[in-house]
Design a protein around this ligand. Structure first.
Ligand code: C2E
Ligand code: MG
Ligand code: MG
Length: 248
């Protein structure tokens, strides 16, 4: 449907300040209700069994966009991250479907990062190990979204071929002011690095948060401080303008 679009929120690499990748986020514009947040419509789509087709649409659209930026001579540095709902993971055909969608839309799986949630993986962790291994073998990069909010078994964490952990915004909100959030963020970074994961912090809104997360050794940052989710064209413009973080 026309009302559904993808916006893209850039991620920035702390070490270099470079724009490196973006997360694809669904936007729904309803003729009657106006702009509806995915936080509101995704849970409804899950309930009604629509999330699988929505998720497939999002993956196809993101792959098509990656291809389009390449054709336009403005390739996106890094990967485009696509959110995958727990329900999609439960589908037996998910791995084949993801491979097919990437192929049909002309994007190499290596250009795509699939964002899985902790709770989605922990519903059936043994199965999640198999699925994530198959996705990684197909060339997709994998991340765990909203890390720290689900109930994650650390014993499993090392079995998943995960490249990236995304520290949930609920912890980022509290740094550097809240001692507990600081401790949690630090623990996630330390553990993630030991397990050789890249660490992304999401929802960074101010300089104090950025400085603290940088001090902890986060690899990449995402948040309104740098850019809200924007259209594909706006993102392409940021890339061609060489938009960077200012680190001083
Ligand atoms: P998420 O995957 O954790 O995405 C990050 C959310 O934080 C996005 O909300 C983004 O706009 C918002 N955000 C980014 N930076 C900041 C910041 O500095 N401050 C604040 N307050 N918020 C920030 P959004 O776009 O409303 O999406 C909400 C959630 O809906 C996403 O959370 C994700 O779980 C889900 N979602 C969005 N698109 C898709 C999709 O294509 N498929 C699936 N399954 N879920 C999706
Ligand atoms: Mg996400
Ligand atoms: Mg998140």
């Amino acid at each position: 449907p026309e009302e559904l679009t993808l916006f893209y929120q850039p991620l920035f690499e702390l070490r270099s300040g470079r724009l490196l990748g973006a997360e694809a986020l669904m936007r729904w514009t309803d003729p009657e209700w106006g702009s509806v947040s995915p936080a509101d419509f995704i849970p409804i789509a899950e309930e009604r069994g629509l999330i699988v087709s929505l998720g497939e649409w999002a993956l196809a659209a993101a792959c098509g966009q990656v291809r389009q930026w390449e054709t336009d001579g403005r390739p996106m540095p890094g990967r485009v991250a696509v959110n995958v709902s727990a329900r999609q993971l439960e589908d037996d055909g998910f791995v084949d479907t993801a491979i097919r969608i990437a192929r049909e839309n002309g994007a190499a799986p290596a250009r795509i990062e699939l964002e899985l949630t902790e709770s989605g993986m922990m519903r059936d962790p043994d199965r999640a190990v198999e699925i994530t291994q198959a996705l990684a073998a197909a060339g997709f990069s994998l991340s765990i979204d909203d890390f720290g909010t689900g109930y994650s078994s650390l014993a499993y964490l090392k079995k998943f071929p995960i490249a990236t952990l995304k520290i949930d915004r609920s912890f980022v909100i509290g740094v550097p002011g809240d001692e507990n959030d600081c401790a949690i963020a630090q623990a996630i970074v330390t553990m993630g690095k030991q397990l050789h994961h890249e660490i992304v912090a999401e929802g960074v809104e101010n300089r104090a948060q950025m400085d603290f997360l940088r001090m902890l050794g986060c690899d990449q940052l995402q948040g309104y401080l740098f850019s809200p989710p924007v259209t594909a064209d706006e993102l392409a413009r940021m890339i061609s303008e060489g938009r960077r973080l200012s680190l001083d």
